[in-house]
Design a protein around this ligand. Structure first.
Ligand SMILES: [Cu+2]
Length: 437
């Protein structure tokens, strides 16, 4: 077994010279990215960190004992699956997924729960995969490569509330960029043990001829959405383009796997304008009804209701999270308030934040990454609040896309859903089944 120092030295030899050059000149790493070469990557190995296990990891044979003592166990089954999925503008790209969907299934647990994760890599996969859980605190060696035909289980206690990325760690770090930017990422939401905090929104009013501030209190229970921002870096044939990644030359910006996935679709146009062809939003990439789970779909929200948004930046570009027409009432990280009444909140790469807000007036609001390159390459998400078009629907009547609604947690108000996902037909059928029963 190598010492930490030896491993660092080996890692330096493997990556240091090439990496610093590529950072400066933005040329391609000498790691092949085409699918036909993935086996070579798998065989190549990579960094093998050798560190002692940290306290939050649990030996698997102790999980049952801890469960009998009162800890709740959340089991997570992840299956690596490489598959072609559609992209905006037509055609497909070579996606790497967990469970046939991008992003992977959202994991939800409560602070203090045991999360037990099993990663299975079918023998049909061309390369090894890993599963790095940012919600955990344990030796990085646990996230190492699982070879095709194999599987691996680890367990940890979710000690810190918030939202956390999980992602494939490639073949022991090698090709990790390709795997994550091709779709192997997901979200873990850890609810605070004592629940979410109520919050106060200040509004002004006139009382006795004077302008005064009035405190409006909203309880912890909320309707919830999750948004995961990422970029696609693609060659014309839908394969991963590492040169474009080093240049930050984004092909498309995706939210929950889709570019412009949450804009009004043909059905909504018909409702509003009486004609599917009369667009109310400039980009409707998934407009055709036969696209099933891929059809775009706006988010319907009620006015005067507490909404909680779990926003995670899965990519390698900053997210300047802003909602056109709204002010974010509260920003929380780790169940600690970071900001109140902020116009925009910066979320760095592999970072998340929980946003609380209340839509006060009926209308159309657009969540964006307020980087113009991101907005116009896909990062625009349309909220329709109340019934601004006087169509006669009431609070909670309109269903929301399933991939934007996380699994229910401690303080969740349920929402009606429709199947919506960048996922295989088989996975869409599973989601439909889970929603119906
Ligand atoms: Cu992978």
């Amino acid at each position: 077994m190598m010492s930490i120092a030896a491993v660092v030295a080996v890692a330096g030899l493997l990556f240091a010279s090439t990496y610093s050059q590529t950072q400066m000149t933005a040329t391609k790493l000498s790691i092949p990215s085409q699918e036909s070469d993935l086996k070579q990557i798998s065989d190549m190995g990579g960094i093998q960190p050798q560190m002692p296990s940290a306290f939050a990891q649990i030996p698997l044979d102790q999980v049952d004992t801890l469960a009998s003592q009162g800890r709740h166990v959340v089991d997570v089954q992840l299956i690596a699956q490489s598959v072609d999925l559609p992209i905006m503008g037509g055609g497909t790209y070579h996606a790497m997924t967990f469970n046939g969907q991008v992003p992977g299934p959202t994991v939800r647990a409560t602070q203090g729960d045991i999360v037990r994760v099993t990663l299975t890599v079918p023998s049909t996969e061309a390369t090894s995969h890993g599963d790095d859980f940012h919600a955990s605190q344990m030796s990085a060696g646990n996230f190492g490569a699982v070879k095709p035909g194999g599987n691996r289980t680890f367990a940890f206690i979710a000690e810190v509330p918030g939202q956390f990325k999980y992602h494939c760690s490639g073949v022991n770090v090698a090709a990790m960029d390709q795997h994550v930017l091709s779709g192997m990422y997901g979200l873990t939401i850890i609810d605070p043990l004592d629940g979410y905090k109520p919050f106060i929104v200040d509004k002004t009013d006139i009382q006795n001829g004077k302008v005064v501030v009035v405190h409006h209190r909203y309880e912890a229970d909320a309707k919830e959405f999750s948004f995961q921002y990422n970029q696609l870096y693609l060659n014309a044939d839908g394969s991963y383009d590492q040169t474009a990644m080093f240049l930050h030359n984004t092909t498309q910006t995706v939210v929950n796997g889709f570019a412009f996935g949450y804009v009004p679709n043909a059905d909504i146009n018909k409702l509003i304008k009486g004609d599917p062809a009369k667009n109310i939003f400039v980009a409707q990439p998934w407009n055709s009804a036969d696209l099933k789970q891929y059809q775009s779909h706006p988010l319907f929200v009620d006015t005067g209701v507490h909404y909680r948004l779990f926003v995670e930046n899965q990519g390698n570009m900053p997210v300047f999270f802003h909602i056109v027409g709204e002010i974010i009432d509260r920003v929380v990280q780790g169940n600690h308030v970071q900001a109140q009444g902020t116009e925009t909140w910066l979320i760095g790469g592999s970072q998340g934040a929980t946003m609380d807000l209340v839509f006060d007036n009926p209308g159309v609001y657009v969540a964006v990454n307020h980087d113009y390159a991101a907005i116009f390459s896909g990062a625009a998400t349309v909220f329709v609040a109340g019934d601004p078009f006087k169509l006669g629907y009431g609070p909670g009547d309109m269903p929301n896309p399933s991939d934007a609604v996380p699994p229910a947690g401690l303080n969740t108000i349920a929402q009606k859903q429709v199947v919506h996902c960048l996922c295989t037909d088989a996975r869409a059928a599973e989601i439909a089944k889970s929603m119906s029963g």
